[in-house]
Design a binder for this molecule. Structure first.
Ligand code: NDP
Ligand code: X2W
Length: 314
């Protein structure tokens, strides 16, 4: 049996990881008593007794947990923002490249990407890697996200239903310094951070990041059809990525985009819209699936050497 501990088992990401693990007969879940779940000695004992520990904690607590590891065989898979740009951690996005997937398979420390970051990077990275978008291309991007992305406190605020301001979408991180910018810039291969504004709205889960750019900033002769073709080819063999046909009306519901249509899957759906003057790429995922817990399970599968798709829906 593979022993797995979830540090932060009562949080939004931790509970969802528990759901996935509970369905796996080859996994023994190491449980911490409810009243001991912030007790450092108990957490240390369980982390070091585990083959895999998921950290589903705020950044500070995640950093603390890592200092508790003294079993060299324990693999840590961290859902927080703490380690996503560190060289000694593998960034948990296997779809970046074959080399990245290999790295995750052997890593003892894996940082699960942020939800907005995954969607943004998967939209942009292939274009830069293939040399059709320069690393200094000016990009503007916005994300529409369900409120579960904000964790227990935000969920409680929305579900109390007492604040009328929460009935309309709310742009945030307006200092243009969202915490995902460092990983977005580094792992997309950009020379500088994009302009990025997330918007949280009154629905539980689902996320769509829209990235906007002009063909005049791309390699000569590249328009939206070529962008769609490059993305489709890059992700051709990826089990969790689908690239929709260019500008296809089938992607829309009477002209409107459905932000929630990838929910309850580990899928990322990519869409290219536009014309010879203006292009957008939309990446849609479930912020609790491929945006967090699903991605963490995918990384665990790779690390354990089992089929990457085990227990995950496409
Ligand atoms: N929700 C999402 O879509 C995503 C979240 N993440 C990341 O995952 C991590 C967890 O987020 P999320 O699940 O949303 O957050 P939640 O606020 O829902 O849960 C965090 C949990 O950590 C517990 N906790 C806090 N401090 C400690 C500590 N010192 N020791 C043990 N437990 C502690 C909290 O306890 P208590 O119950 O007492 O508050 C809570 O149960 C964060 O780093 C977040 O950034 C990543 C991707 C997406
Ligand atoms: C709605 C909302 O607040 N979402 C969170 C992101 C959730 C996530 O993926 O973030 P981390 O893993 O980096 O914490 C935010 O924008 O900060």
């Amino acid at each position: 049996m593979i022993k797995v501990f979830v540090d932060g088992q009562e949080g939004t990401t931790g509970l969802k990881i528990f759901e996935y693990l509970a369905a796996r007969s080859e996994i023994e879940i190491l449980r911490i008593d409810e009243d001991k779940r912030k007790d450092v000695a108990q957490r240390r004992a369980l982390i070091n007794a585990s083959d895999v520990t998921f950290l589903c904690l705020p950044d500070t607590a995640a950093r603390e947990s890592v200092t508790l590891v003294d079993n060299p065989d324990t693999c840590i898979i961290d859902a927080s923002t703490a380690f996503r740009t560190q060289n000694d951690w593998a960034y948990g996005l296997p779809e970046l490249s074959p080399a990245q997937r290999t790295r995750i398979r052997t890593a003892q420390r894996i940082a699960v990407p942020g939800c907005h970051a995954s969607a943004f990077i998967l939209s942009v990275h292939p274009l830069i890697a293939k040399g059709i978008m320069p690393p200094d291309c000016p990009l503007s991007s916005h994300s529409i996200t369900g409120y579960s992305g904000g964790g227990k406190q935000m969920i409680a605020a929305y579900e109390q239903g007492e604040n009328p301001l929460l009935t309309s979408p709310r742009p945030y991180a307006l200092g243009l310094e969202h915490k995902h910018l460092p990983e977005m810039t580094l792992h997309a291969g950009l020379a500088a951070a994009p302009i990025f504004t997330p918007i949280v709205a009154s629905f539980y889960q689902g996320l769509a990041v829209t990235t906007c750019f002009y063909p005049r900033h791309l390699a000569r002769g590249i328009g939206p059809q070529q962008i769609q073709a490059v993305l489709a080819e890059y992700y051709e063999n990826e089990p969790f990525i689908r690239v929709a046909p260019f500008n296809h009306a089938i992607n829309l519901d009477e002209g409107f985009f459905n932000v929630q249509a990838s929910n309850s899957t580990n899928r990322v759906d990519l869409f290219v819209f536009g014309n010879q003057d203006r292009i957008i790429v939309i990446a849609r995922l479930d912020n609790l699936g491929k945006g967090a817990s699903g991605a963490a399970i995918q990384c665990m599968n790779l690390r354990l050497g089992v089929n990457e798709m085990t227990g995950l829906k496409t």
